[in-house]
Design a protein around this ligand. Structure first.
Ligand SMILES: Nc1ncnc2c1ncn2[C@@H]1O[C@H](COP(=O)(O)OP(=O)(O)OP(=O)(O)O)[C@@H](O)[C@H]1O
Length: 206
């Protein structure tokens, strides 16, 4: 399973050409601010329509301007961990996690709440609200919600930025375990180029 991305994206007046070829495992997108990294994740998730080009993941074509293919977000089944996490503030951790599960296609639900909570070490937090969580705890809950949505692949926007060095190590180890345990391709954006170099199977500079 790997990402094949060859698109031109437009944001306002600017255009970005993005190319990621045949990378399995963890692919890191790095580069200066404002170079279209988040826009690339949005395009793969189906939240931003490219001007032209093609996006496929694991051989499934998600977008192809030439062939008129543009799958809607739910059919793409991205597990998207947003930079600002976007946990629902009025829901408990349990209900944030179950939101992902309820939106998963029933025949693709391979993971359950208990398994994911155990894997991410967040079982003690299930009754809490997001505003009571530390940055690292909230990050793990957001990853859990994405995993429970039965994703075909994961998109992670700056998963290390808000964390102190010790927590960064923990989240990096976790992302590596997700790749190995669930065989999910991961496309992640990072500014921490040195750290991400140890984790990623491939680095693409925008
Ligand atoms: N909705 C939008 N409308 C207009 N311009 C936008 C929009 N979203 C992003 N942009 C612009 O598009 C460019 C690329 O933004 P994007 O967030 O993809 O970059 P990035 O590489 O992820 O940046 P950063 O590292 O700062 O998060 C930026 O110049 C940004 O200001």
């Amino acid at each position: 399973m790997s990402f094949e991305i060859d698109v031109v994206l437009a944001r306002g007046e600017r255009e970005f050409a993005v190319r990621v070829a045949g990378a399995a495992g963890i692919t890191a997108l790095v580069g200066p601010s404002g170079q279209g990294k988040t826009s690339t994740l949005d395009a793969v998730a189906g939240l931003l329509r490219p001007v032209s080009g093609r996006i496929a993941v694991g051989g499934t074509v998600l977008f192809d301007a030439g062939q008129g293919i543009d799958l809607p977000p739910h059919a793409r089944a991205a597990g998207y961990v947003f930079q600002d996490l976007r946990l629902f503030p009025h829901l408990t951790v349990r209900d944030n996690l179950l939101f992902g599960w309820r939106h998963a296609a029933p025949d693709r639900r391979v993971l359950g709440l208990d398994e994911v909570a155990g894997f991410l070490d967040i079982a003690p937090l299930l009754g809490r609200r997001p505003h009571t969580l530390s940055g690292g705890e909230a990050q793990r809950v957001a990853i859990g919600r994405a995993l429970l949505s039965a994703p075909r692949f994961l998109l992670m926007d700056e998963p290390l930025t808000a964390l102190d060095p010790a927590r960064r190590e923990g989240v990096m180890a976790l992302i590596g375990r997700i790749r190995d345990a669930f065989a999910l391709p991961v496309l992640l954006v990072s500014h921490q180029q040195d750290e991400v170099a140890r984790l990623a199977d491939r680095i693409v500079a925008l």
